[in-house]
Ligand binder design. Structure first.
Ligand code: AMP
Length: 223
């Protein structure tokens, strides 16, 4: 399943909840890059300058990273993609990797919100560097201020969540990533749209309804 949408729309929050409920793995490219940076690996060092400027890390690097991750997911276990693919080159590479692995995309969920909602949300965003949970000082605050509800790690405000970088990230989204919606609409994948500017639990139940609706019904399971 691919969660597609602009920065700040809630892909991270919704992805954690969805993966929990369906027992799926998450492939969150932003988190993978942030961990690589924290560990000072060659990938992290290369990614750093792009991330700090709000630019995309080159497709070749991202495709190799995602391929490696996907290969380590056990057969039959579902995957939620958050932050990938972000360009047409990445979308095409993902199709190729999935075919090689005998897998396919079932759903693309497009989360949508206006730029001004996203800018405000990102300003209030606080993330857990350990588990990837995302909170918001305006709308979805942590139970204990500044600490992750799951693992009590101190929450951080990401450097690339500063307003100028956010504007660049939004531009890039509209220019390079948003066209992927048409790419998937033209393929045989189910594409559904969920408003991202609603309460976390409402967006989550909308996503779950969409998945239920689009999942083929097996009558033998009714018995
Ligand atoms: P995110 O946490 O998804 O907003 O990603 C943070 C930053 O990581 C982005 O602004 C990019 O610099 C980089 N990044 C994450 N995913 C990708 C991707 N699929 N392609 C290129 N760059 C990415």
């Amino acid at each position: 399943m691919i969660l597609l949408g602009p920065p700040g729309v809630g892909k991270g929050t919704q992805g954690v909840l969805l993966a929990d409920v369906h027992g799926m793995s998450r492939i969150v490219t932003g988190d993978l890059l942030r961990s690589a940076r924290a560990e000072g690996t060659p990938l992290g060092l290369e990614a750093q300058r792009y991330m700090d400027a709000g630019e995309l890390v080159p497709d070749g690097v991202m495709n190799a990273l995602v391929k490696e991750c996907l290969e380590s997911v056990p057969d039959g276990r579902g995957v939620v993609f958050d932050g990938f693919p972000r360009t047409d080159v990445q979308a095409t590479a993902l199709q190729g990797t999935l075919e090689e692995l005998g897998r396919a995309i079932d759903h693309v969920i497009v989360l949508e919100a206006e730029n001004d909602v996203l800018v405000r949300r990102i300003a209030g965003r606080r993330s857990c560097p350990e588990c990837g949970c995302v909170f918001n000082v305006y709308s979805n605050s942590a139970e204990q201020e500044g600490l992750c509800d799951r693992d009590q790690s101190p929450l951080v405000h990401r450097a690339d969540d500063e307003p100028e970088t956010v504007r660049r990230r939004l531009e890039i989204y509209h220019e390079l990533t948003e066209p992927l919606i048409a790419f998937y609409e033209q393929s045989d994948v189910s594409v559904s749209y969920v408003p991202g500017d609603q309460a976390v639990e409402d967006a989550q139940s909308a996503i779950r309804s969409v998945i239920l609706l689009m999942t083929p019904h097996d009558p033998s399971e009714d018995a």
